[in-house]
Ligand binder design. Structure first.
Ligand SMILES: NC(=O)c1ccc[n+]([C@@H]2O[C@H](COP(=O)([O-])OP(=O)(O)OC[C@H]3O[C@@H](n4cnc5c(N)ncnc54)[C@H](OP(=O)(O)O)[C@@H]3O)[C@@H](O)[C@H]2O)c1
Length: 265
């Protein structure tokens, strides 16, 4: 298969792209820090998913390498930590622009080709945070919830054109870069300071003790290679699967109490 991977310079995108190369696929990998070239068995190309011209150049480069593109895997993402009251509107816009609209832009660049081919696979990295909210990650949670809703619409609209859509919902995994994880500066005078420290320390601990990203990369490629991809696949530790199940089953107030106990006490 010829596979495009956004956000392939580090973390889950990098490991997913490497797993694809390992399985013999042709990978065209994009990230802001990439130069045009070849690295680790994949073609690399500079890509900023917030920039329409960059998206067009990336899609054109991929089409120049292969007339048939089988799949796109959207991994590009950033995270901002901060309270809902103090996170700036600009920060919300930046996260939504990257984590949600970046996928929209790249899909729109590829869908005409997928329709012409009568085939195409779209894998979008959502998150456990696409299924439930946790404190001090509201911008990221909002973006991932947007991805979840968008994917359902996309899947229904493109099904008859031979397009398959799959949401990957990872729990905490050890990831590559800290520069895409921005901790909002919370003033010590902030009414949220003590809570935010507990919450963001817990988030940091969960990430550094997270699951193996290489294993996730291999799982994503095995899902991509299935004849029929599932609509959703949550790849997480048992306690995070449980959190998702409880979120759907329990009354909202009880669920909120459990998550506050976990993150804030
Ligand atoms: N790690 C986890 O525990 C976890 C859990 C759930 C979901 N996820 C999701 O998995 C995906 C990867 O996360 P990660 O933890 O592996 O993060 P990461 O190591 O920080 O990697 C993020 C990637 O996105 C790229 N990127 C950021 N902004 C971009 C932009 N504007 N245009 C193009 N590429 C951009 C970065 O490359 P450049 O900086 O070079 O552009 C990098 O390759 C994200 O969608 C994230 O939400 C991760």
């Amino acid at each position: 298969m010829t596979i495009l991977v956004s956000g392939a310079s580090s973390g889950l995108g990098y490991h997913t792209a490497c797993a694809a190369v390992h399985c013999g696929h042709t990978v065209i990998a994009g990230a802001r820090s990439f130069a045009k070239g070849e690295k680790n068995g994949m073609y690399t190309y500079p890509l900023d998913v917030t920039d329409a011209d960059s998206i067009s150049a990336f899609a054109d480069y991929a089409k120049s390498l292969s007339s048939h593109i089988d799949a796109v895997i959207h991994c590009a993402g950033i995270l901002v930590l901060g309270s809902t009251e103090e996170t700036t509107v600009e920060a919300y816009q930046k996260v939504l622009d990257t984590d949600f609209l970046g996928m929209v832009r790249l899909n729109q660049a590829l869908l005409p080709l997928f329709r012409a081919q009568k085939a195409g696979r779209i894998i979008m990295f959502s998150s456990i945070n696409g299924l439930l909210g946790i404190p001090f990650q509201s911008a990221y949670t909002a973006a991932k919830h947007a991805v979840e809703g968008y994917a359902e619409c996309l899947a229904m609209e493109t099904h008859d054109f031979g397009v398959q859509v799959c949401l990957i919902e990872p729990g905490d995994h050890r990831s590559g870069s800290q520069h895409t994880r921005l901790r909002a500066d919370i003033e010590s005078s902030s009414p949220y300071a003590a809570m935010a420290k507990k919450g963001t320390d817990r988030i940091h601990w969960d990430e550094t003790h997270g699951s193996d990203p290489a294993k996730l990369g291999r799982k994503v490629i095995s899902i991509l290679e299935k004849r029929h991809m599932p609509m959703r696949r949550c790849i997480a530790k048992p306690d995070q699967h449980l959190a998702v199940v409880l979120h759907d089953l329990l009354p909202g107030r009880l669920n909120s109490w459990i998550l506050r106990r976990y993150y804030l006490s």
